[in-house]
Design a protein around this ligand. Structure first.
Ligand code: NAD
Ligand code: ISE
Length: 335
């Protein structure tokens, strides 16, 4: 029998995930959708052969086996808490919540149930290039890691994108990726700004985050969200005996007429398409098999939101801000 999924939020990624769940991942049916924009919800429901419901009602429907939350970040926490209360598996796009307290309330609710129900959409853990980088690091060829240099550049961002989103919506991917790659928590962060370029409106770009990991690795992350030339994601680890740099999946370098040319992705859909496919295939597979999700947990979501909050505070004060997560519940320590 198909896994019957309800989708909350039918904007850019909600529609992309619906396409993925119906045409890339096997054994999934979209039975209901919700969106704050009723006209959009009706249109998407019509295309998917689903019905339209308010988000909180959708979660309780008997024929909704699992929920996908793709609405705006600040609305995620209430929907995820409602799904946990209903005992339903939920895939929540990043961020899990926009404040550490809201994320911790989700961790507490899931831990009280004693069973993992939540997967958070930090898809870089499923990206071939990041996985290859992690294999190289774990294989020890470059020796013990010392530093990592990262850049996250968007060609442009939508009109609704706010200054704080540079951290909570964009840098949050590197925050999660670094914790996963190095298997260590981020213990402190400082945000620095160069002079402004005059092309950025009210966005504080570019921005540099300096992140300290437990165990001593340092990472710097450049965030630019109006890079214009393309969507560019970079990472290079410096180890004690060499370096390892993130590759570009599926890229062909052409040498011709005295020039070396490589294509650059246009946006996140293009760069991370296969990673989104893999994360949702994995999620749907575990849900159908009645297993706990294998991807990023709500502890990971809570950790990323806590580091984001510390980075926002550093952006305002210019100070180094320490991150303190408290005790990890037993449910997540078993992983
Ligand atoms: P979007 O604005 O295109 O879509 C969001 C939709 O949510 C809109 O249609 C809006 O009307 C709807 N919505 C807002 N509040 C709602 C509510 N309370 N209930 C139901 N619907 C509501 O935005 P988007 O780019 O699709 O981003 C959505 C989420 O996905 C964000 O959290 C974003 O960070 C995340 N995202 C993740 C990635 C990734 O790489 N993993 C990429 C893009 C977006
Ligand atoms: C967007 O929400 C994403 O998650 C993309 O992966 C990221 O590159 C972009 O900056 C965010 O706005």
């Amino acid at each position: 029998m198909s896994l019957r999924v309800g989708v909350i939020g039918t904007g850019a990624i909600g529609r992309d995930h619906i396409r993925r769940l119906t045409s890339v991942v096997a054994g999934v049916e979209i039975v209901a959708v919700a969106d704050a924009d009723p006209e959009l919800a009706r249109r998407v429901a019509g295309e998917a052969g689903a019905r339209v419901l308010p988000g909180d009602r959708l979660i309780g429907e008997p024929d909704v086996d699992a929920v996908l939350v793709c609405s705006w970040g600040a609305t995620h926490a209430d929907y995820v808490l409602a799904a946990i209360a209903a005992g339903k598996p939920v895939f929540c796009e990043k961020p899990l919540a926009t404040t550490p307290d809201a994320a911790l309330a989700i961790v507490d609710a899931e831990a009280r149930r004693g069973k993992r129900l939540v997967q958070v959409g930090y898809m870089r853990r499923y990206d071939d290039a990041y996985r290859a980088l992690k294999r190289e690091l774990d294989g020890g060829v470059i020796g013990a890691p010392l530093m990592m240099h990262c850049a996250h550049r968007n060609a442009s961002v939508p009109a609704f994108y706010r200054p704080d989103d540079m951290i909570t919506d964009t840098a949050v991917h590197e925050i999660d990726m670094l914790r996963w790659l190095f298997g260590a928590e981020i213990v402190a962060v400082r945000v620095l700004r160069p002079r402004t370029g005059g092309h950025t409106g009210d966005l504080p770009e570019p921005m540099l985050l300096v992140l300290e990991l437990d165990g001593g690795v340092l990472a710097d992350v450049e965030i630019s969200v109006n890079a214009r030339y393309g969507y560019d994601i970079r990472g290079e680890i410096l180890g004690e005996s060499g370096t390892a740099a993130l590759g570009e999946p599926g890229v062909v370098a052409v040498r011709s007429a005295g020039r070396l040319a490589v294509p650059i992705a246009g946006d996140w859909r293009e760069r991370f398409g296969p990673a989104y496919d893999a994360e949702l295939r994995d999620w749907a597979g575990t849900v159908r098999a009645g297993q706990p999700p294998g991807g990023p947990s709500c502890w990971d979501g809570y950790a990323a939101t806590s580091v984001s909050a510390a980075a926002l505070s550093s952006l305002r004060t210019g100070e180094r801000v320490v991150v303190s997560l408290g005790d990890q519940p037993e449910l997540y320590r078993r992983e």
